[in-house]
Design a protein around this ligand. Structure first.
Ligand SMILES: Nc1ncnc2c1ncn2[C@@H]1O[C@H](COP(=O)(O)OP(=O)(O)OP(=O)(O)O)[C@@H](O)[C@H]1O
Ligand SMILES: [Mg+2]
Length: 231
């Protein structure tokens, strides 16, 4: 936690008494916390307790059954309760970056093209230069024109990190980003994420089963028996 000072106290997301249920089945309830600018948060807990569900809610890919999520972005506040699809998509593209356990790269596109896709959807200017810089930054300068099948698992995940960062998101949401990688590669990929956090001030919210990574986080949440507890 040596760079604790890098976090400022500005919340970028407020999770307000959020719960998710499917009919009578309650997955979790009363999740209540803020994500601050530059903060690294880990979410751990047994399988099936709702970690991905919470991450998807934060990412506007799912809606809470109770409560609301507030997004503070470019001087405005948006609530998950009254975001239309168009606004949610725009917010997702400009504020959030996603990294999943399997990278979800498009097989027919090169590494660089995959990285540039979110920028094209967002109509982002200057993306080509940044895309190349990011691929260089993640150690793939010589692999920009490779397709995913021509890259190793760790390299594919590094492309996914570059893709998540292309639109300068304020918050990266990562669901077991090192889950498919061996211990060493997983560590390297995670180191890269924390470097980006330090260099670009991007907040991280990471679901992980990897206990050895936990000391790298400013805050650790545990989800079990329907409750989110800070540990
Ligand atoms: N459409 C659905 N209808 C009913 N229950 C669902 C639905 N989608 C998910 N669930 C339930 O929600 C719970 C939480 O799922 P989630 O994927 O968030 O768990 P998780 O904590 O990410 O687990 P893992 O560590 O295995 O990835 C699970 O028990 C799952 O069965
Ligand atoms: Mg999950």
């Amino acid at each position: 936690m040596s760079d604790q000072m890098n976090i400022n106290s500005r919340p970028i997301v407020d999770v307000c008494q959020v719960g998710r249920s499917y009919g009578a089945l309650t997955i979790f309830q009363e999740a209540h916390f803020s994500i601050l600018a530059g903060q690294r948060i880990a979410l751990v807990g047994p399988s099936g307790t709702g970690k991905s569900t919470l991450l998807n809610i934060l990412g506007l890919l799912d809606t809470p059954s109770q409560g609301e999520v507030l997004y503070h972005h470019r001087g405005q506040t948006f609530s998950s309760q009254n975001l239309c699809d168009r606004r949610a998509t725009a917010l997702r593209r400009s504020m959030l970056g996603f990294i999943f356990q399997s990278h979800h790269l498009l097989p027919e596109f090169t590494a660089l093209e995959n990285v540039l896709l979110p920028a094209q959807f967002a109509g982002q200017k200057g993306a080509l230069k940044r895309g190349k810089e990011l691929l260089d930054r993640v150690g793939l300068k010589d692999r920009m024109s490779h397709r995913p099948c021509e890259l190793s698992g760790g390299q594919q995940q590094r492309v996914a990190i570059a893709r998540a960062l292309i639109n300068n998101p304020e918050l990266i949401l990562a669901d077991e980003p090192t889950g498919n990688l061996d211990e060493t590669t997983g560590r390297e990929v995670f180191q890269l994420l924390t470097d980006m956090n330090t260099e670009e001030g991007t907040s991280l919210f990471v679901v992980t089963h990897n206990q050895s990574l936990l000391p790298c986080f400013h805050k650790i949440f545990f989800l079990e028996d329907g409750r989110l507890i800070e540990s």
